[in-house]
Design a protein around this ligand. Structure first.
Ligand code: URA
Length: 251
């Protein structure tokens, strides 16, 4: 597919959405992580730093037993994330919504179908070369933004996932994830202007981070599509260049 064909396809996504096409998208079948969790286990000790022997399964089990913030009270299922064990890209959203809370899988609702199409446009697929997760792993009531204390309570899980996955790049979607990961309080429009570097103890190199809008926001506001496409192209170029973090201030 040429870049122009991809761009055209991207522009037609919103029409697909109104035609109901988003709802008919099949999600890729088997995922490697996490393995299904049937029984919650007794709460193990939480740690921000993975020791030797840490694993995505261990993180998922600890998330399933977590009661560190009030979001645990209203959850049906925890949503640790899923995808490739050695992904090119780690996608980080805000938190589970209604469908995710019921299924235990991230981004399976309408926004998730739209996100899958964004990824597909730059040759990424959640089951093959991406891992998809959220800042918080339990659904905030009425889909409100996670409170800062809730994001902070969940951050050690996300940091362990990043260390274990060692992604070539991070794509954050939405203001909540963008602000948390960049440490900035800027608007989404400002956050997306530069490629950031996410530094984390335990990882030798900073991970390049592209911050873009949330698929739900773009479904509501079509005028953001062009910006998202530019961000996805930047991510694609970054991966093609080997995922090297940009020089400070570079786009
Ligand atoms: N929105 C998010 O930010 N994450 C999900 O998993 C679903 C919707």
């Amino acid at each position: 597919m040429t870049p122009d064909q991809r761009f055209y396809r991207f522009l037609t996504l919103i029409e697909d959405y109104y035609a109901g096409g988003e709802r008919s998208v099949d999600h890729p079948p088997p995922v490697r992580f996490p393995r299904p969790i049937t029984e919650p286990e007794p709460e193990p000790e939480r740690s921000a730093a993975p020791g030797r022997g840490d694993s995505l399964d261990a993180v998922a089990r600890e998330i399933a037993a977590c009661r560190a913030c009030a979001l645990c009270e209203g959850r049906t299922r925890t949503v640790p994330g899923e995808g490739a064990a050695q992904p090119l890209v780690l996608v980080i959203g805000e938190g589970p919504g209604f469908d995710e809370d019921r299924s235990g899988r991230p981004f399976v609702g309408r926004a998730g179908a739209y996100l899958d199409r964004w990824l597909e446009a730059i040759e990424l697929r959640r089951a093959d070369n991406c891992f998809i997760t959220n800042v918080v792993k339990c659904r905030p009531p009425q889909n409100r933004d996670p409170a800062s204390a809730e994001s902070q309570a969940c951050l050690p899980f996300l940091q362990r996932q990043i260390r274990l996955l060692e992604p070539r790049a991070i794509l954050s979607v939405g203001r909540i994830a963008g602000q948390l990961l960049t440490g900035q309080t800027a608007t989404m429009a400002a956050l997306r202007v530069h490629t950031h570097s996410y530094r984390i103890p335990g990882l030798p190199e900073p991970v390049p981070l592209v911050a873009t809008y949330h698929p739900s926001g773009v479904l509501r506001n079509q005028s953001l599509r062009r910006a998202v496409w530019d961000d996805l192209r930047r991510l694609q170029k970054l991966l093609a260049d080997g995922g090297t973090p940009p020089a400070a201030g570079a786009r």
